[in-house]
Design a protein around this ligand. Structure first.
Ligand SMILES: O=C(CO)[C@@H](O)[C@H](O)COP(=O)(O)O
Ligand SMILES: [Fe+2]
Length: 215
C-alpha cells in the first residue's frame, strides 16, 4: 500500500490546525513538514515551535524534512518537538553517519535526502542505517514546481539496491507529485508520495489523496 504524505507547505497557515485535521480524516499516512533555513535553500519556513504546536493535533507520524545547512544543530529541538521521522540532505552533511546516529539517539526514525542531481552512489554507504530515503523530484525550496523525470532512474536504483541487500527503507518522492507523475514514481519503486499542491490545492482532500494512492 502506497503511503501519502501531504506537505503542509501548501496548507493555509492561518488555519494550520484545521488543515491538519482535514488531511488526517481524509486518510493521509504522514504529515510532511518542510523546514527551510534560507541558506541551504532560498526560503524560510517552519521551525521546531510549529512542530510542537502541531503535535497534539494529530496522531499521524510527523515526517520532518530538514533543508538546513547545519542540521545537527537542530535535531534535538525537532525531536523534542515531536518529530517521528527526521530526514537530512546528504548535500548538507559533512559527517552523514554521525548525523544519522544523532537522530537515532533521540529515538527518531532516520531519513536521508538526495537532490535531483545527486547520484545515488553518494548515499549507498548509509542505506543500511536509514529507515527512509527521500528522493527530491524538484530542487528543494518551494512547493508547486514541476516534476523532474530523470529522478525516476534514481528511484529504480534505490529499489534495486534495497532488494539486492534485503533492506527495509521506505522510498519517498517529493516535489511535483500529482496523479500523473505518481504513477511513474510508484512503477519505479516509490513507496511514499509527498504532495503539497496536489492535496492542499484541492478542496476535497479525500479525493485528492485517493487519486494519488490509486493513480
Ligand atoms: O520539500 C519540498 C520543497 O522543497 C516539498 O515537500 C514541497 O512542499 C512539495 O510541494 P509540491 O511540489 O507537492 O507542491
Ligand atoms: Fe519536502
Amino acid at each position: 500500500m502506497i503511503k501519502i504524505a501531504p506537505s503542509i507547505l501548501s496548507a493555509d497557515f492561518a488555519r494550520l490546525g484545521e488543515e491538519i485535521r482535514d488531511i488526517d480524516s481524509a486518510g493521509a499516512d504522514y504529515v510532511h513538514i518542510d523546514a527551510m533555513d534560507g541558506h541551504f535553500v532560498p526560503n524560510l519556513t517552519i521551525g521546531p515551535m510549529i512542530v510542537e504546536a502541531i503535535r497534539p493535533i494529530t496522531k499521524l507520524p510527523l515526517d520532518v524534512h530538514l533543508m538546513l545547512s547545519n542540521p545537527d544543530q537542530y535535531i534535538a529541538d525537532f525531536a523534542k518537538a515531536g518529530a517521528d521521522i527526521i530526514s537530512v540532505h546528504v548535500e548538507a552533511c559533512t559527517h552523514l553517519h554521525r548525523t544519522i546516529q544523532l537522530i537515532k539517539e533521540h529515538g527518531v526514525r532516520t531519513g536521508v535526502v538526495l537532490n535531483p542531481a545527486t547520484p545515488v552512489q553518494h548515499v549507498l554507504p548509509i542505506l543500511q542505517e536509514v529507515d527512509l530515503v527521500l528522493q527530491m523530484s524538484v530542487n528543494p525550496g518551494f512547493g508547486g514546481q514541476q516534476f523532474i523525470p530523470s529522478v525516476l532512474n534514481n528511484i529504480k536504483e534505490l529499489k534495486a539496491y534495497k532488494e539486492k541487500n534485503q533492506y527495509t527503507y521506505e522510498i519517498e518522492v517529493d516535489g511535483g507529485v500529482n496523479p500523473e507523475t505518481a504513477k511513474a514514481c510508484v512503477e519505479a519503486g516509490a513507496t511514499v508520495l509527498v504532495a503539497g499542491s496536489a492535496v492542499f490545492g484541492k478542496s476535497d482532500r479525500s479525493e485528492a489523496i485517493e487519486s494519488l494512492r490509486s493513480r
